[in-house]
Design a protein around this ligand. Structure first.
Ligand code: ATP
Ligand code: MG
Length: 388
């Protein structure tokens, strides 16, 4: 692609059998280009056209072996847009009708009027320059679009990383929560064994019983780690059972929600399934439930309740997550899916959770996420196409 349009130099093919005219016009064309090819009849002209694909052809009409018209007919079949100018004598006028039908760029009578020829050449060159200008403009536009798309992708990636980090933070808190109780059990058993030993009252049966409890407790702790590992496993799109997916989320948040006093009421048929990505649904549910938890605590609700149920119609399954935390205020409900929109204190929320949730849910056709408020409750609705 030429950087500067004024640097454009056309390739010209000049076809003329009369030597005198040929020498004279060659000198003239050299003012326009150093990429000039000369042929002395139509046949030679056609060969050179095929070889050099010139931008402009200037040709005599009446020539031996093949006339200019015959040559132009073949060339126009190959490339109907080829620029051709004929130089003609008065007695060639019988050919002119044919030439017009070929849709050529014009003709110049012999003896050649240089001003007229220059005018015709310049108008063809202007056409080339306009075409080039358009191409350059288009290329710049494409580059701009690509730059913006790349920037967007990078931004998305950063958002995704931030969102994952924020959720990891929450999950680590929850592991800590789930481990607190079994750690307490192990610590109590160890203290009691040590005390009995120092008092000389340690019996074999009690050592056995204590070891058994410690093994069981550590196995449960290890299961917690497995649950967390599985939770973050990358998954592909496939049949996802909603009840099982929700149970996976409950394994993570259950202990903490219970300790705060949040009741999680799940009323979903075990057989219900959708075609989606299980990890994406789990992360979305985790974010919605953590948002509900935060709102329930913030608004000091007495009987904290989260209901999860499914509404079925012919094609769609709608999974509803309903909390009684007071409802998202009307003034902000339209903004909750925007990136970086948060009402939480600094360090508490980044405002990416629902933005990423929407991305994840809607990444599969016919899947949606909506939010509604109803009598002091927020209802998040995940809509999926029923799996076949
Ligand atoms: N159940 C809800 N009740 C009340 N407000 C809610 C509820 N769910 C979401 N919101 C509002 O929507 C905002 C955006 O939620 P979102 O999950 O996108 O971000 P966040 O929770 O603030 O931060 P992050 O999830 O990135 O840690 C919240 O800050 C809160 O104001
Ligand atoms: Mg959130």
């Amino acid at each position: 692609m030429i950087e500067n349009i004024d640097d454009f130099i056309p390739t010209i093919l000049y076809v003329e059998d009369e030597e005198g005219i040929r020498v004279e016009l060659t000198r003239f064309f050299k003012r326009y280009t150093d990429k000039l090819y000369i042929a002395t009849n139509g046949e030679e002209g056609l060969d050179m056209y095929k070889k050099y694909k010139p931008d402009i052809i200037i040709s005599d009409i009446n020539m031996p072996l093949m006339t200019g018209i015959e040559m132009a007919k073949i060339i126009k079949k190959i490339d109907p847009k080829q620029h051709i100018i004929f130089t003609t004598a008065y007695n060639d006028s019988s050919y002119m009708l044919e030439a017009i039908e070929l849709d050529i760029d014009g003709y110049v009578l012999k003896p050649v009027d240089y001003d007229k020829l220059e005018y015709k050449l310049n108008s063809i060159l202007d056409h080339f320059k306009q075409k080039l200008e358009l191409q350059q403009y288009q290329q710049k536009l494409e580059e701009r679009v690509k730059e913006e798309v790349d920037k967007n992708k990078e931004q998305e990636f950063i958002l995704f990383e931030q969102s994952t980090l924020a959720q990891m933070g929450e999950m680590i808190n929850m592991i800590a929560h789930q481990w607190r109780q079994p750690l307490g059990v192990i610590s109590t058993i160890a203290s009691s064994l040590s005390l009995k030993h120092s008092l000389g009252r340690l019996e074999c049966s009690s050592v056995d019983q204590s070891c058994h409890t410690i093994v069981e407790t550590t196995q449960a702790m290890s299961q917690t780690i497995n649950d967390f590992m599985n939770f973050n496993k990358k998954d592909s799109n496939k049949q996802v059972f909603l009840h099982k997916t929700i149970e996976n989320v409950r394994e993570i948040i259950g202990a903490e929600f219970e300790s705060i006093g949040i009741e999680l009421d799940v009323n979903i048929d075990k057989e219900l399934s959708v075609y989606h990505n299980a990890t994406h649904i789990k992360h979305t549910l985790l974010n919605i439930l953590i948002n509900a938890r935060d709102a329930l605590i913030e608004n000091s609700i007495d009987n904290m309740l989260i209901n999860m149920y499914v509404i079925e119609d012919e094609n769609l399954l709608t999974l509803v997550i309903k909390d009684n935390a007071g409802g998202i205020p009307k003034e902000i409900i339209d903004r909750v899916f925007e990136s970086y929109f948060t009402t939480k204190k600094e360090g508490k929320g980044t405002g990416i959770g629902l933005y990423m949730s929407k991305k994840m849910i809607t990444s599969i056709p016919d899947s949606y996420i909506d939010v509604d408020i109803e009598e002091g409750c927020t209802l998040f609705k995940l809509k999926f196409k029923k799996s076949a």
